[in-house]
Write a protein that binds this ligand. Structure first.
Ligand code: SIN
Length: 303
């Protein structure tokens, strides 16, 4: 018998596998395909104070080993999430869920986190300071250590739930940003969000994405994400959620050895909606193959 349990910021998860924000809706859509209670948890679509229509289309460009998205944080706003999406999710998911929070100002982040503080089924607040697709907020907040610290402090003051800051890979030194989160009182960090990229349509000679650029994710970014998790593990003393190009149980273990306590699966959900379930089913055999009896013991083992 192998033990897949991990503890993320004081909350025990049956396994470390979560679906990443923006690739799993509000969860109940996937519950039509399989019992999502098999998941460690998932992070729901980035939620802002007001509803957002999102960016003009086309918003997606396919690539050889991933895709570029420029959704623009489309979401129904925090009121609708609290009053409609979360109760619907509660009918099919009986574990704490991670709430991904976006904002156009530092105050917005605090307000949304504060409104979610009373939601029983929310376990963690994941603060998105890394969306590359919005002009006001998003990645602009996540590339300046002083601003990251201010957002972290504001959210921490607004909620008693564990606060996890989601970091952008589009920085020179991700460890400087992670240290700013730690100074601000973060309980953990999740990394990485998407890498800024673009494609050009040869027929039109113009960028495929209406917004010209977008966030690149998928299997191609796995080694970059792994490297950043490895670096951040050495820089700070708080749990890390490893994200970026994961699609197999072997990669979950690799990411944990680099320093992750838990992982999120993103773009792979868009290729195979059953991928999280498949990874969780595969994990015991892969653990046995590599002589791992307890997943919680391998975090940071590569250091
Ligand atoms: C988006 O909605 O544009 C993607 C979210 C993100 O990259 O954080």
């Amino acid at each position: 018998m192998v033990d897949m349990k991990v503890n993320l910021c004081g909350i025990t998860m049956e396994n470390p596998v979560m679906a990443a924000s923006g690739t799993f809706g509000y969860g109940y859509e996937f519950a039509e395909l399989y019992d999502i209670n098999i998941l460690g948890s998932f992070s729901f679509k980035g939620t802002t104070l007001e509803p957002r229509f999102g960016n003009p289309t086309p918003r997606i460009a396919e690539c050889e080993a991933g895709l570029i998205n420029s959704i623009g944080l489309q979401n129904p706003g925090v009121d609708a999430v609290i009053n409609k999406e979360l109760p619907t999710l509660g009918k099919v998911f009986n574990k704490p869920v991670m709430a991904n929070v976006g904002g156009s100002s530092v105050e917005d982040y605090g307000k949304v986190a504060g409104m979610m503080d009373g939601c029983e089924n929310i376990g963690w607040i994941e603060v998105n300071v890394s969306c590359p697709n919005v002009h006001d907020g998003g990645m602009a907040f996540g590339t300046d250590p002083a601003v990251v610290q201010e957002v972290t402090e504001t959210v921490k003051a607004s909620t008693g739930k564990p606060v996890i800051i989601k970091l952008s890979p589009n920085v020179t030194d991700i460890t400087a940003i992670a240290r700013a989160c730690e100074r601000g009182g973060a309980d953990g960090v999740s990394l990485v969000n998407t890498m800024l990229g673009m494609r050009i349509d040869l027929k039109t000679g113009k960028p495929i994405i209406a917004n010209k650029m977008g966030g690149f994710s998928g299997s191609a970014i796995f080694p970059v994400a792994l490297r950043m998790v490895y670096q951040v593990y050495e820089a700070v003393d708080m749990p890390i959620v490893g994200i970026g190009g994961i699609s197999t149980a072997e990669q979950v273990i690799e990411m944990m050895m680099a320093g992750a306590t838990a992982v999120q699966i993103g773009a792979a959900n868009l290729v195979n909606p059953y991928v999280c379930r498949d990874i969780i089913n595969d994990l015991p055999d892969v653990m046995a193959k590599y002589g791992i009896s307890s997943l919680s013991e391998i975090t940071g083992g590569a250091h």
